[in-house]
Design a protein. Structure first.
Length: 69
């Protein structure tokens, strides 16, 4: 059995945690401006970093599945 690397699990958990943090912050009203302003830069960057981490795991999984076939 081949040894698996722990980085996909850690990356997935970190990315999902960042996105969950963004959702919680939005619900609590943190990082949102008054009126029609969009989210604060730090909140948007947390979401983007979380999405990129999840996308990296998704691409790695797709490549591994493609190689097995």
């Amino acid at each position: 059995m081949a040894k698996t690397h722990p980085w996909p699990r850690v990356t997935f958990l970190l990315g999902a945690s960042l996105i969950a943090l963004v959702i919680a912050a939005r619900r609590l009203g943190w990082g949102t401006g008054d009126g029609d302003e969009g989210p604060a830069l730090w909140l948007a960057l947390l979401f983007i970093v979380g999405a990129v981490l999840l996308l990296a795991v998704l691409v790695r999984t797709a490549v591994l599945v493609r190689r097995r076939k």
